[in-house]
Write a protein that binds this ligand. Structure first.
Ligand code: G4P
Length: 537
């Protein structure tokens, strides 16, 4: 890390996340990117961590694993004169709202698609989140060394299902046992595939699609390649930087992560095309996101500002230690600086913030827009909180997401209901889980990943001395409600009664028993707004 003028430092930054369905190859790609960046020396480092994370469900282990996952939450490394921040989007069992929120803190995303499976469920959800901010997406079609689907089919599926135009940058030659490499459409050269190599050498590049060397090397595949390339050049979208930056078009690369093939091109695309840290919209009064007046905060502005997008709790249960992950949006972090906690209207000192270098946590010395710092705190920081060096600002665009899993809570010891209420309120405010209160005082928990319930149950026990039982609740999804006027609100609440709850901030929520139930209610109340997300603040 160096410390030139802020504007220069910002330009060197790339902050991105990887989105994929489990098993598409996110961990493998992460590892290869880190190897390229020189951030790790040994293949297998990230993978070993991943299997450690999922090896057991024993709580102490979960604790340990969550410790581990903090250091892999953000991986910073330098590559070709750039500082790259790779933010992990937790998947599998540790899929949670954090997975979504991380995407509100990146400037670009790499989407990994398993070439045999195409577009899968989790990818669809994660892409929807990217779409909230029109985040530019680079696509990596992985596992070309296997028997996979036709490339044209895959592109068509991406375009139709994800509603984003595809601009192929490389094109595969064969697949599986006969995967020969890719043709680079913009550079008019063939990159030969050699399985299992750590780094590709220039010797494997063949210039020009008409090159007779190709006929010699791949007599069986070259005809199809030339035909397909002609077709692409005639029919597909040419790459447009503007459309990519607007989130309308995705450049597509084919490769094989495990064989380290196509990875360097992804890294290069990030450097060449992905945007440096972008200006962000903020409300300009202490009312934060509710403020009517907003302005764009430029990343090179001198005053330090940023927001919390994730809280990691229980790093050390004895100390109730929590780490708030904070994205810097402008200015410069320096240890010991004083900042304003806008929501609380209070000054706080930022010292010993952490930065995350692939393998370890180290004390942060200097950070600018796009960098992520970890701030120790004891609950005073919530998701969506803004810290500034003076001006009252509230960053927008860190949403709560409609939960997909619901649990009702029951106490083993009914005398502890006050503590339960307090615990759930605080954990809800912190963003660990969503809490809805139903008529009659029932507390309902909502999450997007099962681990959120486990974490909350354990934290209630450790931090609030409450032994709560979670029972399944007959709820399919939740929607935040907005009403055109008071009369409509009262009528709706009277008719829907039990189906209406309140979130931790007192906002009304519709708790639907099924998709059908939601649709019917929406049809019946066309003037009422049903929202799948709500902004923090
Ligand atoms: P994830 O983080 O998205 O869940 O995926 P991960 O990288 O763990 O990859 C999932 C599986 O796919 C792994 O196999 C991995 O080795 C394999 N894989 C990743 N990239 C490629 C590729 O380019 N080609 C092929 N053929 N396989 C690939 P696994 O058997 O589940 O794990 P492991 O035993 O290899 O560790």
């Amino acid at each position: 890390m160096s410390n030139g003028p802020i504007a220069d430092e910002v330009k060197r930054r790339r902050t991105f996340g990887i989105i994929s369905h489990p098993d598409a190859g996110k961990t493998t790609l992460t590892e290869k990117l880190l190897l390229f960046g020189g951030a790790i020396q040994l293949a297998g480092t990230v993978k070993a961590r991943k299997s450690a994370r999922h090896a057991t469900s024993d709580w102490m282990e979960v604790e340990k694993q969550r410790g581990i996952s903090v250091s892999s939450s953000v991986m910073q490394f330098d590559y070709a004169g750039h500082t790259i921040n790779l933010l992990d989007t937790p998947g599998h069992q540790d899929f949670s709202e954090d997975t979504y929120r991380v995407l509100t803190a990146v400037d670009a995303a790499v989407m990994v698609i398993d070439a045999a499976k195409g577009v899968e469920a989790q990818t669809i959800k994660l892409l929807e989140v990217c779409r909230l901010r029109n985040t530019p997406i680079i696509t990596f079609v992985n596992k070309m060394d296997r028997e996979v689907r036709e490339s044209f089919d895959l592109l068509q599926e991406i375009e139709e299902v994800l509603k984003i135009d595809c601009a192929p940058i490389t094109w595969p030659i064969g697949m599986g046992k006969t995967f020969r490499g890719v043709y680079h459409l913009l550079e008019d050269r063939v990159l030969r595939f050699a399985p299992g190599e750590e780094k590709r050498s220039e010797a494997e590049v063949i210039k020009g699609i008409a090159n007779a060397q190709l006929d010699e090397l791949f007599p069986l595949e070259v005809g199809k390649l030339r035909e397909e390339v002609e077709l692409i050049q005639g029919a597909s979208h040419p790459f447009s930087l503007g459309d990519f930056l607007a989130g309308k078009q995705t450049p597509v690369f084919f490769g094989s992560g495990i064989n380290n093939f196509g990875v360097q091109e992804i890294l290069q695309a990030l450097l060449d095309w992905a945007p440096p840290p972008q200006p962000r919209v903020a409300g300009v009064t202490a009312a934060g996101v509710n403020a009517a007046d907003t302005r764009l905060v430029m990343p090179a502005e001198a005053p330090f500002t940023g927001f919390v997008f994730k809280i990691q709790a229980n790093m050390d249960p004895k100390h109730r230690d929590r780490i708030a992950f904070f994205r810097i949006c402008s200015g410069r972090y320096s240890s010991g600086m004083k900042v304003k906690h806008v929501r609380m209207g209070r000054e706080m000192k930022l010292a010993n913030a952490l930065t995350f270098m692939a393998n370890e946590r180290v004390l942060m010395e200097d950070g600018v827009a796009g960098d992520i710092i970890g701030i120790h705190n004891h609950g005073q920081l919530h998701i969506g909180d803004t810290l500034t060096e003076g001006e009252n600002l509230g960053y927008k665009g860190i949403p709560y997401f409609s939960p997909e899993l619901f649990s009702a809570t029951r106490l083993r010891d009914p005398l502890k209901s006050k503590q339960l209420q307090k615990g759930l309120q605080e954990l809800g405010e912190e963003g660990a889980i969503q809490v809805f209160e139903q008529e009659g005082g029932n507390m309902l928990l909502g999450a997007v990943g099962q681990l959120q319930f486990e974490v909350v149950a354990q934290r209630l026990k450790d931090e609030y001395k409450v032994d709560a039982v979670f029972e399944s609740a007959d709820i399919h999804t939740a929607r935040w409600l907005t009403f055109p006027d008071e009369v409509t609100r009262r009528n709706f609440e009277r008719e829907q009664g039990m189906r209406v709850g309140k979130d931790v901030d007192g906002n009304p929520v519709y708790l639907a028993t099924s998709r059908y139930n939601l649709e019917v209610t929406m049809e019946k109340w066309p003037k009422v707004g049903f929202h799948a997300t709500r902004e923090h603040g």
